[in-house]
Design a protein around this ligand. Structure first.
Ligand SMILES: *[C@@H]1O[C@H](CO)[C@@H](O)[C@H](O)[C@H]1NC(C)=O
Ligand SMILES: *[C@@H]1O[C@H](CO)[C@@H](O)[C@H](O)[C@H]1NC(C)=O
Length: 206
């Protein structure tokens, strides 16, 4: 398949040197860049940066960006006659009844990274999960207060080959697999419970 790459940023003194920081510059929904999320939103200086984690299943985005993304998803899904529901259990923020959600065209999310054609189009399974109690929830949440920036968790990374070329100065390159799916491709009727294993190819360059 095809692939794209984006620089890995060397951690600043305030960041964890063992995390992989990427330069996320924007978020697209159904191929449209969300203009209310500026390229500086995820900046290290402004909000602590963005790193990839396999320790966290969920993804956490800085509050400003999260609110914009949530609003866009809600308005698009609601336009299909499917309204969000409140779930009493857990810390989920955006849920739908699975039976209704399964019939809706789920908006496609793509993360835009620094680099040529470095848009990572996600599969719906990367950000909506059928919890098995009749509700399907967004697995992207706002970063808790006090957290350093945004975290791209393992669910979001699942099912895609990623290769890290890490330089001794901490910088490097992240190469990720891209898929030929058109923006807005129909979502699978049901989100499988099984979480695909993240394929991580570790390439250490010195
Ligand atoms: C969900 O809870 C909020 C706040 O408690 C309330 O305003 C809203 O009407 C509730 N929505 C539904 C669909 O029950
Ligand atoms: C992140 O990418 C943007 C857009 O390409 C660029 O202007 C900015 O300098 C980059 N930031 C870092 C820390 O490399």
């Amino acid at each position: 398949g095809s692939s794209s790459s984006t620089p890995l940023l060397a951690a600043t003194k305030a960041q964890n040197p063992y995390w992989y920081y990427v330069n996320l510059t924007g978020v697209q929904v159904d191929g449209k860049l969300l203009a209310a999320i500026s390229a500086e939103t995820f900046d290290v200086q402004r909000s602590g940066g963005v790193y990839l984690s396999t320790r966290f299943a969920l993804t956490f985005l800085v509050e400003d960006a999260y609110r914009v993304l949530r609003q866009e998803l809600v308005s698009r899904i609601q336009s299909e006659g499917v309204a969000p529901v409140n779930v009493s259990s857990g810390d989920w923020d955006l849920c739908f009844l699975t039976e209704h959600f399964a019939n809706a065209k789920v908006p496609t999310i793509a993360l835009v990274f620094d680099g040529a054609d470095a848009a990572m189009e996600l599969n719906v399974k990367n950000y909506f999960q059928d919890l098995g109690h009749g509700s399907t929830c967004l697995t992207i949440l706002p970063s808790p207060h006090g957290w350093p920036g945004s975290v791209l968790g393992s669910l979001l990374q699942a099912g895609r080959t990623m290769a890290y070329d890490i330089h001794s100065d901490g910088g490097g390159t992240l190469t990720f697999e891209t898929f030929e799916t058109a923006a807005g491709a129909p979502a699978p009727a049901k989100v499988p419970l099984m979480i695909m294993t993240t394929l991580l190819l570790w390439a250490l360059l010195y």
